[in-house]
Design a protein around this ligand. Structure first.
Ligand code: SF4
Length: 296
């Protein structure tokens, strides 16, 4: 049985809108995530090496969310709500507990627009609910002319190699299955793209590998592809930097010195790397005629 906890607040308002995903708010039905990605930014001592062990369900989340949404709606403070920013909204526990579904039902009731990024196919269970949100949501005033719909869906892919994905993202579905999900969501009429965030230095960020991801996204009818670098936090035993470096030792130890040189004692990739990656991604998206942002 999943651990349950009570929360005082569940709707988080960002200081400013997320420039990638356009969300002004986020909600997380679960604390922690069973996808267990080694690079996950929420890792660390709080969740331990296996995040499944520290996972909790927010037992009173729906009651609290309803109150918070009612206040925001009354003040006309509409904005995209990212459902699952510190968890995947469709972890396997969602099949049983249906907390994401409950949150989406409330977001529909109060007409908030929704952004969801997932690595799992359970999202197809909620297609009819998501269609209603897409139609009924009230956009924030400054997005009304730019985006005439209330739902943005993304599927995250860091590599197309199943072997690497199995090692790095053990609780997610295989990368090609994720791309098939993009196609399916597009067939349902949703605005759907691919988050190639993070791409992996020297593995999936190269000209050739990045173009493969971009082409595969286009072939699966993605509306856009967002490309971003890898952040590796912390040096503790359950932190992402430690776990990622252990993965490199198992996958290809010759990459380890390259990463150590790139990251040094930092958690972020240096600016020149970020700029090069951005330039490469924009150029390859242009060449292959696919948007590198959600908005046109
Ligand atoms: S799916 Fe997202 S939240 Fe879940 S472990 Fe992976 S990176 Fe973290």
């Amino acid at each position: 049985m999943l651990r349950q906890k009570e929360v005082k607040s569940v709707l988080n308002k960002h200081k400013k809108r997320d420039s990638w995903f356009l969300d002004d708010y986020s909600v997380n039905p679960y604390e922690g995530c069973s996808c267990n990605c080694l690079y996950c930014y929420i890792r660390g001592s709080k969740y331990g090496e296996n995040m499944e062990d520290g996972l909790a369900l927010k037992a009173n989340a729906l009651e609290v969310l309803e109150k918070q949404l009612a206040v925001k709606a009354k003040k006309n403070q509409y904005g995209f709500v990212a459902v699952g920013s510190g968890t995947d909204a469709y972890i396997h526990h969602e099949e049983k507990y249906r907390l994401t579904e409950g949150m989406l039902t409330l977001l529909l009731k109060y007409r908030f627009p929704v952004f969801i990024s997932t690595k799992r196919t359970l999202i197809t269970r909620d297609i009819e609910l998501l269609k209603k949100i897409d139609e009924a949501a009230i956009l924030p005033d400054d997005l009304k002319d730019k985006l005439k719909r209330g739902l943005i869906l993304s599927v995250s892919v860091s590599t197309l190699e199943e072997k690497i994905s199995n090692m790095l993202e053990p609780g997610a579905v295989a990368p090609l299955k994720r791309l098939e999900l993009v196609k399916q969501l597009k067939q349902e009429g949703f605005l759907t793209g691919v988050n190639a965030i993070p791409v992996l230095p020297f593995i999936s960020d190269t000209e050739e590998e990045l173009e493969k991801i971009i082409l595969a996204s286009k072939e699966h009818n993605a509306d856009y592809i967002l490309v971003g670098g890898l952040t590796l936090f912390g040096n503790g035993p359950a932190d992402s930097k430690t776990l990622f470096y252990k993965f490199l030792e198992r996958y290809d130890a010759s990459l380890l010195p390259k990463y150590q040189k790139l990251y040094g004692s930092n958690f972020y990739v240096p600016f020149p790397y970020q700029n090069e990656l951005k330039e490469r991604a924009n150029r390859l998206c242009k060449k292959n005629n696919i948007r590198s942002t959600i908005l046109e």
